[in-house]
Write a protein of this length. Structure first.
Ligand code: PMT
Length: 417
């Protein structure tokens, strides 16, 4: 007897790589979206086995999932070939995670009753892997006290996790809660439950994006930050279990799921938001490119070109250095752990070392923003981690991966390493 798979927390930068996921598809219209979930899991490197209820097969054919996963699909508990080739116990035992998408009202009720009468319910009852439910159904079915009680029972008694449902326009023409969570959000939830949770319960604040300092109602002084690096850090910390607050300057990048976000525009607004967010923070990561100067006077009305002439002088005054203020306020205390960035174009490490001391940080992420594929607005970054013990180069890579390498150092510093 082989026995169940030993499940270890995985590298949070790629938790789905080589992970075995059993995707259980229920019989609802959202079953077609489960194909996208299978595709995304496969793309992230997971080995995906699919089990389908009879009703799910009325909405999408098993062939779709077989083509997407390149693996046989388990559809019939009582088929001699299915049970011999795949087997519900094998799917239950080999899984690192079981995802139920869509989890219909009917499946939820049967699971809450401990039923094991088809391919899907028997895999789920037999597994020792974490189970992630992605509910999807009509608004009234979802809000029905019996469905709510069933979900509570699955969460409280069996320890199942949930993602969604979302709120919006449903196939049944109702508008409200009951939409299957977006496939990307289901896959991120899977990544979260497979990842090491080394920041569980840690209150972590991230500042991200640029600030805009108004000249008049239509013009501003700003910079090239897109918010990508800070948003990647917020998402990475959330995946590792942190309670994340993101203070986000003007940015087109959507904030990650499960992160409390405060949108700000100017350095002054960022200062207020930070004062509130950092009160009880364990870690503060200052990725934001906060304007060092702002116009001394912002005009109430648009300044007309004709009123100015050929040259225009904008008097600038210094903004406070928010990170230095946090360092000063912390004094000799050890909390919060302070992480600054240093966007530099020359003498990168040396300048980062100076910022480590002058801003009283625990870690400075030195970012050579002159290097192609690094720094502002691109999807990749190349940084060096500078702290009191030395400087460590992080290989250039996607901001999502670089974010995890920065957080690895945060975890190490928190544990005194
Ligand atoms: O947003 P992206 O397009 O993804 O780009 C990412 C990035 C290049 C903005 C990011 O990787 C980065 O380098 N952020 C720091 C930008 C910056 O303002 O660096 P700085 O060296 O000028 O400032 C040093 C530190 O002081 C930073 O942590 C900054 O947040 C902080 N600061 C700066 C000015 C100010 N008035 N108050 C501050 O707290």
């Amino acid at each position: 007897m082989s026995g169940p798979r030993v499940r270890q927390p995985r590298d949070p930068a790629a938790p789905l790589e080589g992970a075995r996921i059993t995707l259980c598809v229920g019989g609802g219209i959202a079953a077609y979206k489960a194909a996208q979930v299978a595709r995304l899991l496969d793309k992230a490197g997971a080995i995906v086995d699919v089990a389908m209820t009879k009703r799910a097969q009325k909405f999408v054919g098993p062939m779709t999932f077989q083509a997407l996963t390149r693996r046989p699909v388990f559809t019939d508990l009582f088929s001699l070939t299915d049970e011999a080739n795949i087997g519900h116990i094998q799917l239950a035992d080999t899984a690192d995670l079981v995802i139920v998408a869509p989890a219909t009202a009917n499946i939820i009720a049967r699971l809450a009753a401990g039923a094991a009468d088809d391919a899907v319910s028997s895999v789920i009852l037999a597994t020792k892997a974490p189970v992630l439910l992605a509910p999807s159904m009509n608004v009234n079915m979802w809000s029905h006290p019996l469905t709510q009680a069933n979900v509570r029972r699955l969460v409280d008694v069996a320890g199942y996790k949930t993602v969604g449902p979302g709120t919006g326009f449903l196939a049944c023409q109702w508008n409200g809660p009951g939409r299957l969570a977006e496939p990307t959000d289901i896959v991120e939830a899977a990544a979260h439950y497979l990842s090491v949770q080394d920041l569980a319960g840690v209150k972590l604040v991230v500042s991200a994006g640029p600030t805009y300092e108004a000249i008049d109602p239509v013009r501003f002084v700003g910079n090239r930050s897109s918010g990508k690096m800070g948003v990647a850090l917020a998402a990475a910390a959330r995946r590792r279990g942190a309670d994340v607050r993101l203070i986000l300057g003007p940015s087109a990048i959507p904030p990650p799921l499960g992160v409390t976000t405060t949108s700000v525009e100017s350095a002054a607004q960022m200062q207020w938001a930070l004062a509130d967010a950092t009160k009880d923070a364990d870690v503060v990561v200052m990725t934001a490119a906060i304007a060092d100067y702002r116009p001394a006077h912002a005009a109430d009305q648009k300044i007309k070109r004709g009123e100015i002439g050929q040259t225009m002088t904008v008097e600038l005054v210094a903004n406070p250095d928010l990170l230095a203020e946090l360092g000063k306020a912390r004094g000799d205390a050890t909390r919060p752990l302070l992480v600054g960035f240093a966007a530099e174009t020359n003498d990168v490490i040396e300048n980062a070392r100076k910022k480590l001391a002058s801003k009283r940080c625990d870690l400075v992420v030195a970012n050579d923003v002159g290097e192609p594929g690094s720094g502002f607005a691109v999807d990749t970054n190349h940084v060096t981690l500078v702290d009191r013990t030395g400087a460590v180069d992080v290989p250039a890579g996607p901001k999502s991966v670089v974010a995890h390498r920065i957080l690895d150092r945060v975890v190490a510093l928190r544990s005194g390493r």
